[in-house]
Design a protein. Structure first.
Lengths: 822, 146
């Protein structure tokens, strides 16, 4: 029997219980009530009867004793009377007896254990005694007091016995009734109920005939239920069939509606691929009416764009898998050819034979355009329409695969526009974007059709040159790019001149994968920038080290000041004429306890990027002043202490307040402090620069322009800035004797200095020849390895003293007399 | 007619026979001071209920021997009991009680003799046996004077 839910079983049990319980209650209650009633009636009857019986037996007793009593009374014989009384007491029903004759009591006997109440005496039986010789003559009386407690005890015993019998009878009766109801009614009903629960009428379940009850009411009940189940089942079946018919009808109607109202064209053909019907959408899409289409082969709208192989594959898929999906180009009634997305399926009959083909199609012209657009956007930079990183990577993968196969190479050119930031800041982002667009165009012109030019973001471009057999070709293309980008850009009426730095990596020599090659190309590009910009560099392994761990370095840099990892070295500056040491340029050095000596060329750009240059710059100025003050106090000098100030510090930091505070804090004389700025730093915000310089000058601080000749020198600005000194960039000095052009530049700068009454110092002087040339050009001062490399502060004093002594000069005045600069 | 005659004759014979029966009387000592006794008084004295006269004189009843037909006749006439019943009566009283039956006289003559000499004695005899002036008939058994 299947398990029914708990609730049902509980209900069943309670029902069964209640039925049995109710029967028991009714039968038992009736039995108890009846028994109680009977007992009560019996009790009262029995009591009365017993009482009567007691009286009767007492009467009989008196009768039996009457002759003796009669004689005793007649003879007034006390002894006989007593004897008679004693005889009366032999009956336990008698409690007391008195025999009297006339007024005298002959005998009075009382049962010793009897308890006699006054009421009992009242209820005594009195019998007149007549003479034995004359019935009519009363000679005395016998007065009996019945032993009521004893009589009652007897009655009680009788009643109890009767009641016990009655209760036993009732119990037997109730038990018999309950048992017979349980067996005859409840059990069969429970069986029927259980069967009904387990039965699924819809499945054709029937109740079994209850055993031994086939011919009685239960049997008939089961027959009736089964008949009802049968009727119920047939009704259910009828309803189900009607529902199926309804569903079928509904489905057919729906199918027709879908077919007719579908926005997608539908073609249904027979097994011979003749069109049986088409829907409204078909007519709207192709322009052919249903009548025109029916009976035709669907290829009457074919465009002719697909070849035989295409159709063969299509049919192979339709017949093989039962369906095909794909693009088909159709020609409509107007002759226009457009792409459609087709889904063709085979419809088979019950026997498995092909009955129809169904083709559903929709116009995907818009969809294709959108896809193309998305595809393009996903792979191209929106500003320049150049491929973006994603597509570039794809192109590279392709190129590297080809290269591996052909044994050729691939070149990556990482191009960064020099000073692009300046254009952006000065002329606005719009101008910057325009410049980038033009740059992109120029780049494309410089490469072949098969090459890829992409924008990496910002002002960085990447060129991929596949099929590289000869490095010379790469260098030639790089040179062409440099040349193309060096031409001035006409933007918003301005002619802007920028340049580019290019880093070159080759596959497979400089890396097997794109990321490595790109990283190395980036490093090479930085090397090109470090080499003075507007040039290209091919990657070498040592660049890699520089580029490594940029992020790590940045992190280390953050804690360098507090960990006291910086120190200053000082490079002497001499007066070329007198050979006297006139200044010391403070240069920062960074020794990390684990990384070792880290070049300023590496960390200064990082410091500028992260903004750490401001606190670092402050430390440099403070340390330089502190050191200078210490030397002066020790009796050295006086001489100028020169400090480089970054553009950021000058523009963003409060340089004025900073310098004032440091001078005050260290006690270093202001007019021996020289701040060196680069041209580009000053040119960022000219008005601000001019006012800042004026204020610094008012403190007495000296100012010099560093790397002079490499930037956008503007004579008018130079005049406005009112600096004291120009510093010729070492690249020019290095080229003395090599490049005549450099010599001319140096000469021009020195002339300019003389004209504007500025001192001129040359840095990077390494040979006696260079020094003599500068002297001949009337350059004021010089610094460089020829004189001394930068010296730690501890070594400075010894060098200074020996140098001054060697050139016949005192190593210092006891009290340095400050001299106002010219 | 004979039968009627015969019945009448029988009735006549029976009537003639009655006077032939002996008449019993109760006698007491003449000096006892008792003139007459009622039947109830006679019964009380002879059946032991009250053995004294109304003047306070105690009465001593005398019985005739059982062999005497007068005894049965006396009790029959007095209390309508036969002698066996009388014996049963006395048996009860003698057995359990303290009342005793009348003393037995040897004969009627003895009874008359005892009554005549004992002032308390009382006895029943045939009228024809009353031959002494010292006795007095106080009750006639079967008489109307009771």
């Amino acid at each position: 029997m299947p398990r029914r839910p708990l609730r049902t079983r509980l209900n069943m049990r309670s029902l069964r219980n209640s039925l049995r319980l109710r029967t028991l209650l009714i039968v038992g209650g009736t039995a108890v009530l009846t028994a109680a009633l009977f007992i009560m009636i019996t009790l009262s009857i029995t009591q009365r009867q017993m009482e009567q019986q007691a009286r009767a037996s007492l009467d009989e007793l008196i009768d039996a004793m009457s002759s003796m009593a009669s004689i005793a009374c007649f003879a007034q014989d006390v002894t006989l009377a007593n004897e008679t009384a004693q005889s009366f007491l032999k009956s336990s029903a008698v409690a007391r007896v008195s025999i009297s004759a006339g007024n005298s009591v002959l005998a009075l006997a009382t049962r010793p254990d009897a308890q006699i109440s006054a009421a009992d005496i009242q209820r005594s039986i009195t019998r007149q005694v007549s003479s034995p010789f004359n019935e009519g003559e009363e000679v005395g009386q016998v007065r009996l007091t019945p032993n009521w407690p004893e009589i009652n005890r007897r009655i009680e015993r009788m009643v109890r016995y009767g009641a016990g019998m009655m209760v036993a009878l009732a119990c037997c009766l109730v038990g018999a009734v309950a048992l017979s109801i349980g067996v005859l009614v409840i059990q069969p009903v429970k069986n029927i109920s259980d069967q009904l629960h387990a039965l699924d009428a819809a499945e054709g379940g029937m109740l079994g005939q209850p055993l031994h009850h086939e011919d009685n009411e239960l049997g008939r009940l089961v027959l009736d239920i089964n008949a009802l189940l049968g009727r119920f089942r047939s009704a259910l079946q009828l309803k189900h069939e009607m529902h199926l018919a309804q569903v079928l009808h509904e489905r057919t109607r729906l199918s027709a509606a879908v077919f007719e109202h579908s926005q997608e064209g539908i073609i249904i053909t027979d097994a011979d691929n003749r069109i049986v019907t088409v829907n409204e959408a078909f007519s709207q899409i192709t322009g052919y009416s249903t009548d025109e289409a029916v009976g035709q082969s669907p290829n009457f709208i074919a465009s002719g764009r697909h070849d035989k192989d295409f159709y063969a594959q299509m049919w192979a898929s339709i017949l093989g898998t039962g369906h095909w999906k794909g693009e088909l180009w159709n020609r409509d009634k107007q002759g226009e050819i457009r792409p459609y997305w087709y889904s063709i399926s085979v419809v088979r009959d019950n026997g498995g034979a092909i009955a129809n083909y169904v083709a559903i199609f929709s116009d995907i012209t818009e969809h294709r355009l959108a896809l193309q657009r998305i595809e393009f956007l996903a792979h191209h930079d929106t500003l320049t329409n150049l491929p973006n990183r994603v597509l570039t990577l794809d192109r590279f993968q392709h190129a590297s695969a080809t290269a591996r196969r052909d044994g050729t190479g691939v070149a990556l050119l990482y191009i960064d526009l020099d000073n692009f930031k300046y254009v952006n800041d000065s002329f606005g982002h719009k101008a910057g974007d325009q410049l980038l667009k033009i740059a992109a165009e120029r780049l494309k012109q410089q490469v072949r059709e098969t090459d890829t030019v992409s924008r990496q973001g910002g002002d960085e471009f990447l060129v991929i040159l596949p099929n590289v057999a000869d490095e010379a070709v790469v260098l030639r293309i790089a040179a062409g790019i440099l040349e193309a980008l060096a031409r001035s850009f006409e933007i918003e009426g301005h002619a802007l001149g920028i340049s580019a730095s290019i880093g070159i990596t080759l596959f497979p020599q400089h890396g097997k994968d794109f990321d490595t090659l790109l990283k190395n190309a980036d490093a090479a590009m930085y090397a090109a920038k470090a080499a003075g910009k507007n040039t290209c560099r091919q990657f070498t392994e040592d660049m890699n080290v520089d580029a490594l761990d940029k992020l790590k370095l940045k992190a280390l840099l953050g804690t360098a000041i507090e960990n006291d990892e910086f120190r200053l070295v000082f490079q002497p500056q001499i007066n070329i004429e007198t050979k006297a040491i006139v200044g010391a340029e403070a240069l920062i050095r960074w020794r990390h306890p684990e990384q070792g000596e880290i070049s300023p060329a590496r960390f200064i750009p990082l410091a500028e990027e992260s903004g750490l240059i401001v606190p670092i710059g402050r430390w440099v100025i403070e340390e330089a002043c502190r050191q200078g003050k210490q030397w002066f106090d020790a009796g050295l000098g006086p001489f100028v202490v020169a400090v480089n100030v970054s553009a950021q510090q000058f523009n963003n930091g409060d340089i004025l307040g900073l310098v004032e505070e440091i001078l005050y804090g260290t006690g270093f004389p202001a007019h021996y402090l020289e701040l060196e700025f680069t041209e580009s730093g000053l040119l960022n915000d000219i008005c601000h620069s001019i006012s800042t310089i004026e204020q610094l000058k008012s403190l007495g601080v000296k100012l010099a322009i560093d790397d002079f000749g490499t930037g956008y020198s503007s004579l008018s600005y130079l005049k406005q800035f009112k600096v004291e000194k120009l510093k010729i960039d070492q690249s020019f000095v290095r080229d003395i004797g090599v490049n005549a052009e450099s010599l001319e530049i140096i000469r021009a700068i020195i002339q300019l200095g003389k004209t504007l009454r500025l001192e001129v110092i040359a840095e990077g002087v390494e040979t006696e020849n260079q020094l003599q040339t500068l002297r001949a050009l009337d350059c004021n001062e010089a610094q460089g390895y020829l004189i001394s490399k930068p010296l730690p502060a501890a070594d400075w004093m010894a060098f200074y003293q020996s140098w001054m002594a060697r050139h016949g000069m005192p190593s210092g005045s006891v009290a340095p007399s400050p001299q106002q600069p010219v | 007619m004979y039968s009627l005659l015969r019945a009448a004759l029988l009735i006549a014979l029976l009537c003639l026979a009655l006077p032939a029966r002996a008449q019993l009387v109760v006698i007491v000592n003449a000096a006892a001071g008792v003139e007459q006794l009622s039947k109830a008084q006679v019964i009380n004295i002879f059946l032991g209920r009250n053995r004294e006269y109304s003047n306070g004189q105690s009465a001593v009843p005398l019985d005739l021997p059982a062999s005497s037909p007068d005894k049965a006749l006396f009790y029959r006439n007095l209390v309508n009991k036969d002698l066996e019943q009388m014996d049963a009566y006395w048996a009860r009283l003698v057995f359990a009680g303290n009342t005793s039956p009348p003393r037995l006289a040897l004969s009627a003559l003895d009874a008359v003799q005892q009554v005549s000499t004992n002032p308390g004695a009382i006895a029943y005899v045939e009228r024809k046996d009353v031959n002494s002036s010292r006795v007095r008939i106080v009750f006639s058994v079967g008489g109307v004077n009771n």
